[in-house]
Design a protein around this ligand. Structure first.
Ligand code: GLY
Length: 344
């Protein structure tokens, strides 16, 4: 079992282990009464019985949402907070978020808003949620106008990661998580190509989260440094949107990382061997690194993104592995570099 403490507006532990056997201890520690177990229909079939077995002795009310991004909506949010109220949940009670990023974001936002905040325990079951969204306190639902437009910073009281869950992930979902893992390997030398090749064990999750923990501790509310976690996401998000969310987030982040390396080469005049070292990190998985869209489409999409400021964007570039820099660059300059590199 590995443990990591995150010390921000709330101090909490991340436990990375095998099995769910520590969950009852988390419940004892943080919950004075009832537990709302929020999950989706896929995860429910796989893991709810094991979790409920661990939580024997607690009064658990299970809420199951449909799987998929479309569930991260206002209607489900209202139905969850109403459900908590109908079951008489009080401030000393807890929400356990059992699932991937969608469940984590929706259940996290529910816990943050109900009675202005009740206990939240994150139990991520996907590699993507374990190494990214379950830690750091970002919660959200989508609005018709865009993804994650309504949310809050609300840190969990504990994060409990059962690394056994990743054994059951289909290849597409593994790739989805690996996009973010590879991002950490470019941001910080603590995550190495060798450790990635060894598989999704507890140590790899620990290494990724050590990087995220340090960044979030330095800048909890994304006023500056936390933006480095957006490495690969400027172009990655644009491709994700242009492909109408038919490609996974991780696959798009991998494409965005390849683009970030190309932009960094141009910005800093990096040597061929430095660029090669960075590109090698991306070979850990058979990612398709082509963009699939032209530089014009990508840059138009970036200019409409909420993270753009006028005709500029905060772009995370790399001076080398482990040396991220936030650069304000003109979107038309970005378009030119992408067009030269990808030839369109
Ligand atoms: N997923 C990026 C962040 O938590 O800031």
């Amino acid at each position: 079992m590995l443990k990591l403490n995150v010390n921000v507006s709330r101090s909490y532990d991340i436990t990375i282990t095998k099995g769910f056997s520590g969950l009852s201890a988390a419940a004892e520690k943080f919950c004075g009464g009832k537990i709302a177990l929020i999950t989706d229909e896929n995860v429910d079939k796989l893991f709810s019985d094991d979790v409920l077995n661990e939580l024997k002795g607690f009064e658990v009310v299970k809420f199951v949402i449909e799987a998929g991004e479309k569930s991260k909506n206002g209607e489900n949010f209202l139905s969850l907070v109403n459900g908590l109220a109908e079951h008489g949940f009080q401030r000393r009670d807890a929400v356990f978020a059992l699932g991937g990023g969608v469940v984590g974001d929706l259940a996290g936002f529910t816990a943050s808003a109900y009675m202005r905040g009740i206990t939240l325990v994150a139990v991520p079951t996907s590699l993507l949620a374990a190494v990214d969204s379950s830690v750091g306190g970002k919660t959200a639902i989508d609005l018709p106008a865009g993804k994650n437009l309504c949310g809050s910073f609300y840190q969990p009281f504990a994060v409990y990661i059962n690394a056994d869950c990743f054994r059951t992930l289909p290849q597409k979902e593994k790739k989805n998580g690996l996009g973010e893992v590879v991002k950490y390997a470019l941001l910080d030398r603590r995550v190495t190509l060798e450790s990635m090749l060894e598989g999704f064990d507890e140590q790899l999750v620990y290494d990724c989260l050590s990087v995220k923990r340090d960044v979030v501790q330095a800048d909890e509310f994304e006023g500056g440094k936390r933006m480095i976690l957006n490495l690969g996401h400027t172009v990655g998000h644009a491709v994700e949107k242009l492909a109408d969310y038919t490609l996974s987030h991780g696959e798009c982040v991998a494409k965005g990382l390849a683009a970030a390396i190309a932009v960094s080469k141009k910005l800093y005049g990096l040597s061929g061997s430095e660029v090669e070292k960075m590109r090698k990190v991306l070979t850990v998985c058979d990612f398709d690194l082509s963009l699939g869209f032209g530089a014009d489409e990508i840059s138009d999409c970036i200019s409409r993104d909420k993270k753009s400021e006028g005709d500029e964007v905060n772009f995370v570039a790399l001076k080398g592995i482990g040396e991220p820099r936030i650069e304000k660059i003109k979107i038309k300059e970005l378009r030119k570099i992408l067009s030269e590199y990808y030839g369109n």
